[in-house]
Design a protein around this ligand. Sequence first.
Ligand code: ZN
Length: 493
Amino acid sequence: MRAASASQALPPPAAPAPQAGPDLAALVTLKDVQRHLAAFQEIADYNGGNRAVGGQGFGVSVRYVVGRLKKAGFKPTVQRFTFPYWRERSDPQLARVAPSKASYKVGTDFLTFAYSGAGTVTAPVQAVDLPASGEGTSGCESGDFAGFRKGSIALMQRGTCAFATKVAKARAAGAAAAVIYNKPGEKGPVNGTVEKVAPIPVVGPSYRVGSELAKAAKKGGLSLRVRTDAVHGKRSASNVIADTRRGRAGNVVVAGAHLDSVPAGPGINDNATGAAALLAVAEKIGKLGAKDVRNRVRFAWWGAEEEGLVGSTHYVKSLGAAARGRIALDLNFDMLGSPNGTRAVYDGDHSARLGTVPPAGSGAIEKTFRDYFAGRRLPVTQTPFDGRSDYGPFVAKGIPSGGIETGAEGVKTAAEAKAYGGKAGKAYDPCYHAKCDRMRNVDLKLLDTNVDAVAYVTQRFAASTLPVNGEARVAAMPAAPYLPEWQGPYLVR
Ligand SMILES: [Zn+2]
């Protein structure tokens, strides 16, 4: 989900204005960050190979961050919350049983939706308002299920409404399972979520597999076997939040990074890099004087981002309207050292016209990052506000947001390879959400310059948020209805 525009085309402006007092970007070293990365790696290695919520590795990561913050003079808060735990226990199955037999491959042909129900269903298939071409509204309206035979499998195409809506309507019509295939032009299976545990199995084939099934369903006599095996229940996780003692409590700068990994691996690029950068900045911010920290800086390590932005959503909900209005802006740092990465700044001025229109003020945050990198003649690209990380709940409430990331499963373009080096046609992070997301999966040079930017931008907004909000409370009203395509790592529609 990367905007097409490549590197910054504008002539570089003058180097960032020198700070009056100490320079946070110079105080925070790559070594500081590497020390934290090594700690997160060790925590994962001794706790089942990951730092995912619901397991030991996450709890130890929380204690590590809390311990370091206390040493640096903070009084951190651990905010506990529950999240709907959901994990697959064994590989799912999708197979055609009539009129001819075929079985499909998990990963390449289809995936289980997050929060799918568990069970085995062998039943005839009914096509639900499948579009002849393009993206339709298959399964979005109750009328789509007129004449639907109870106990059948509903075959739908991704498009328009949320997967959760399609599944709820299919369930109401008596479907025993739901198969939602990808839309044309999208590669691979649907990596989606139905957001809350569904009572029926839900799987998402690729467009190729789905259109094959659609053709067979139209001919008649198509039956499928769908099997999913997952467990679910309530578990608890936490956010770690620490405010600077200095700065106005009425104009708060939130700087956040998610602390949890996926269960598949230790999550060093995703997102020990962001969590470690933030921790290193927090440890040094005390060296700035009262003139440099006029606004309160609130450092936040979010939990359960990988379950669908659960921790940050809980935090924003836990604030009343008044407390939300005191937040000047939100900075988000998720994946800062992808091994085949680019340097993507969130598209605050919506110049690429992709994703959600972010709240007013977000453009000034984008420009602050861009100007910093331009001053160092480092290339940047942009990335849309599409809901893939923890800025989501802030944007939804109208809080100006920004930040940087360096790319996940998306593929590097030729123009990007020219600007940044690395391999065109390969993923920004080939170890994204995998076991190999270890220390050596991090591009230290890319990380180093990004850590400088985290420090620089934090210091800049600690001193003044004038360009973002005129130093005044924000209305905390969303610019537009927030209907993101993603909820963390999963598609919602
Ligand atoms: Zn992440």
